[in-house]
Design a binder for this molecule. Structure first.
Ligand code: ADP
Length: 588
């Protein structure tokens, strides 16, 4: 696929602010025109002095016009810049909103699979890098280009030879740029890659500091960190060295417009082909274009930075979308069925995680998934919640293929709690209320009690009003899990899936939570994946999964008799329990 230019991508986000951008451009153009008037005033005054003795009134008039135009120039430039800042922020807002919407529509698994650092870097930092250059480029590019162009035309009007003389240094500058640009793209790409690399290493270093300290790996981790920083320095200097010589050369040569205008101007003056006032005007104007042209050169790096940021955004905007029908369907029963389901995470010839699974998870019953780690239990749970779509076969709820159901309807039907529990930075009460925004405070407290979190929340400084951010570090993994369970209880969805949702709870609490869940989910379809088999031993059916296939199905007692694998798992669990009780470690 041909990559779209960054300009067309940026402008595709500018639909609401096209008028403002146009106005910003118009103000910039008028500002440039106004900027030429002071030169015209000087020209008039010089002409008066050379041709005749001027009346002071004429001089004051042209001074006034020049000053007025100068003021208009800056006023309009200010308006143009304000409008372009507003437009740039509107574009940024649209980019961020579109990204967030796209992430909501992408398979949840894909979003979770991306590193938080990378997503944050694109959504916040990368998008932000676009604002300043974008806001300044609109008015500045226009004035920096238009002003020299207008001056050039004016010089052509005075004498075309002077116009060409003004550009005498330009060929040297263009050659220097051509030389610089030969390696520029590659060097910039290397610089960006090493920039990303150093960002990744820094995030890893900071996030992993606990492990680094616990395993005394500070010197080797530091080395990796130092190497990344060192190589970043190397690439930055290489890129810088490639540009600074050329940029210095350009800064020295480009402003030297007198090299052309002075000899040619003198020659034409001596030959009587240029009046003294025209000569003075040409010299003044040729100096006037130096600033804008120099400013223009600084956009080379900024354009590259925007181009990279926009293409990163574009890549994220093209993550595959989960098809969503959007039309609600009638679901008559809450039976879940997996029919001939196969799935692999890596679609390009990767290992199949589930192959041809057929399962019936009946409504109103408690089903448990057990088996050795890596057998595919969590994958089944995630597929039912539609984190991804199955590769083969189908998953149905009440006979309806979950792909024919809007994602929002599926989310209403299914409550899914895993061991990673996220608390939003709002109060404990609001965190629980996320399960059901219409719940009363009393309902929130009741759910908290059922999930065994009432006691520890009451102990927080502001009880249920404590902000999660303030309490976050003081809450243990098990406590955060219990808040998620309270959310789930409050949501009261007809299908409840718990994937190691109580793994961090201590044994006493875990049993209490499971009793509450069992009571509160009576009549609902309950699917539990639990490492501690004692919590699922009362399940109506236990499915033993191994290497992506169903090994056996039955009740606890049936499986003890018929499944060698289950018996082994059970004995290992009982053994571990005895060991943990014996060694006084309390099974946490
Ligand atoms: P279980 O829950 O039984 O421990 P999982 O369903 O988590 O097993 O994993 C089954 C297999 O799929 C494992 O080999 C695991 O490495 C792989 N797997 C799990 N999640 C992902 C993922 N997001 N990307 C790639 N492979 C994965």
């Amino acid at each position: 696929m041909k990559q779209k230019s960054w300009i067309s991508i940026v402008f595709s986000f500018a639909s609401q602010c096209r008028g403002k951008i146009a106005l910003s451009v118009l103000c910039a153009v008028i500002s440039v025109a106004a900027g030429l008037i002071p030169y015209w005033s000087v020209y008039q005054i010089i002409t008066f002095f050379i041709d005749s003795s001027p009346g002071m009134a004429e001089v004051w008039k042209w001074c006034g016009i020049g000053l007025g135009a100068y003021a208009v120039r800056f006023l309009l430039y200010g308006i143009s810049t304000s409008l372009s800042h507003i437009s740039a922020y509107t574009i940024l807002e649209n980019i961020r909103l579109t990204l967030a919407q796209r992430l909501m529509k992408a398979p949840l698994g894909t979003v979770i699979g991306e590193s938080v650092g990378k997503l944050k870097s694109i959504l916040v930092d990368r998008v932000e890098t676009i604002e300043l250059p974008l806001a300044h480029m609109i008015p500045e590019c226009i004035s920096n280009l238009l002003l020299p162009a207008a001056v050039f035309l004016y010089l052509v009007y005075i004498d075309w030879r002077m116009a060409l003389a003004m550009l005498a240094t330009l060929p040297f500058v263009l050659i220097a740029f051509a030389v610089m640009m030969k390696d520029f793209n590659q060097l910039y790409a290397d610089y960006m890659e090493s920039n990303n690399d150093v960002n990744g290493v820094i995030v890893e270093y900071v996030e992993g500091i606990e492990v680094i300290k616990a395993f005394n790996q500070s010197s080797s981790s530091y080395e990796k960190f130092a190497r990344a920083v060192e190589s970043f320095k190397g690439y930055t200097l290489k890129w810088y060295q490639n540009s600074w010589k050329v940029m210095n050369f350009v800064s020295a040569v480009l402003p030297s417009t007198f090299l052309g205008t002075l000899p040619i101007g003198m020659y034409l003056y001596w030959n009587g082909e240029l009046t003294p006032q025209d000569l003075a005007m040409c010299l003044i104007l040729s100096l006037g274009i130096v600033g804008p042209l120099m400013n223009f050169t600084t956009y080379i790096n900024e354009t590259k930075a925007i181009e990279y940021a926009v293409h990163d955004v574009e890549k994220l905007l093209h993550v595959e979308e989960l098809p969503d029908t959007g039309t609600p369907v009638k679901v008559r029963s809450m039976d879940i069925q997996l029919q001939d389901v196969s799935f692999s995470y890596d679609k390009e010839g990767g290992q199949q995680v589930l192959s041809h699974i057929n399962l019936n998870i009946p409504k109103g019953r408690f089903t448990a998934l057990v088996g050795p780690s890596g057998g595919g239990k969590s994958t089944i749970a995630r597929l039912i919640a539609r984190f991804w779509d199955v590769d083969n076969g189908k998953i149905t709820i009440g006979g309806v293929d979950i792909r024919d159901m809007p994602l929002s309807q599926l989310a209403d039907i299914v409550s899914f709690v895993t061991q990673d529990n996220f608390l939003f930075n709002c109060s404990m009460k609001e965190n629980i209320r996320l399960g059901n925004p219409n719940a009363s405070d009393e309902e929130v407290y009741a759910a908290a009690k059922a999930a065994c979190c009432d006691e520890f929340i009451q102990k927080l400084d502001d009880g249920y009003d404590t902000m999660a951010g303030d309490a976050g570090n003081r809450l243990s993994g098990g406590e955060k899990q219990r808040i998620s369970i309270a959310r789930l209880i409050l949501k009261n969805a007809p299908i409840v899936i718990l994937d190691e949702a109580t793994a961090f709870a201590d044994q006493e609490n875990e049993e209490k939570i499971h009793q509450s869940i069992a009571a509160l989910t009576r009549g609902k379809t309950l699917l539990v994946i639990a490492h501690r088999l004692s919590t699922i031993k009362n399940a109506d059916q236990i499915i033993v999964l191994q290497n992506g296939q169903v090994e056996n199905i039955g009740t606890h007692q049936q499986l003890l008799d018929s499944s060698f694998l289950y018996r082994n798992l059970w004995e290992a669990h009982i053994g571990a329990q005895k060991w943990s009780v014996g060694s006084g470690k309390g099974g946490n």
